[in-house]
Design a protein around this ligand. Structure first.
Ligand code: AP5
Length: 217
């Protein structure tokens, strides 16, 4: 199974991609997580990406396409994957198509998690993320069992710098300008599915399971 999660910042892509990845034994390839790790490690990629991320903008296509090209060649990605946060531009979508065509593989599913902007701001303002494994929580909607401690790995939870209201506003503008046109790019191919992301996490999870059950392999 090869699938993409589309959706605005804070729509719940990471939350659902993590659940599907665990249930189906697929790698969750979250470009935001990869970039944040690179920034933390001070690698060339991290140095290149940091200023774009801090401003809520997009890291240049060439960098992202190279990153995905390399990541999809790793052994754990040979039987399938979940792309969480890629593609985000038409150039990235076309590069992914070209990559798949070259290795004669199909994209099985494009899931679009839909949440209106007004709800996104509240979600990101209350989000806490694990420093170690990047599991996302929410102070009200999805709190950890122990305050500021990750249920999965015991790591410390923190609030992302780009979840401040001004940066969220920039990220939403970037989403509507660069990424939401991908809905049109994928619609009509037969593998695009929209999901109402305003429902509780478990309801979205069930809706996704129903979609996955119906996808021919
Ligand atoms: P990235 O980390 O990918 O950020 P994003 O797309 O803005 O997505 P988020 O992680 O903010 O949100 P999400 O949809 O995963 O929501 P979550 O599940 O956490 O990218 C960060 C930056 O990296 C970008 O701005 C860019 O600079 C760069 N970048 C990354 N990929 C790139 C690319 N391909 N090209 C160029 N640049 C790139 O949920 C959010 C909150 O809501 C949580 O608190 C959660 O608990 C809660 N929640 C989740 N689901 C529900 C629900 N159903 N009901 C109520 N609350 C919910």
């Amino acid at each position: 199974m090869r699938m993409i999660f589309l959706g605005a910042p804070g729509a719940g892509k990471g939350t659902q991609a993590r659940i599907v990845a665990e249930k189906h034994g697929l790698p969750q390839i979250a470009t935001g997580n990869i970039l944040r790790q690179a920034v933390k490690d001070g690698t060339t990629l991290g140095q290149e990406a940091k200023s774009f991320m801090d401003a809520g903008g997009l890291v240049p296509d060439g960098v992202m396409i190279g990153l995905i090209h390399e990541r999809l060649q790793q052994p754990d990605a040979q039987k399938g994957w979940i792309l969480d946060g890629f593609p985000r531009t038409q150039a990235q979508a076309e590069a992914l198509d070209a990559l798949l065509a070259k290795v004669q593989q199909d994209l099985d599913l494009v899931v679009d998690v839909q949440v209106p902007d007004a709800e996104i701001v509240g979600r990101l303002g209350g989000r806490w993320v694990c420093k170690q494994c990047e599991a996302p929580y929410h102070s009200k909607n999805n709190p950890p069992k122990t305050d500021k401690v990750c249920d999965h790995c015991g790591g410390e939870l923190y609030q992302r710098a780009d979840d401040k209201p001004d940066t969220v506003a920039s990220r939403l503008t970037v989403y509507h300008t660069n990424t939401s046109p991908l809905i049109g790019y994928y619609q009509g191919r037969g593998n695009y599915r929209a999901v109402d992301g305003t429902q509780p996490i478990e309801t979205v999870e069930r809706a996704l399971e129903a979609i996955l059950a119906g996808v021919s392999r």
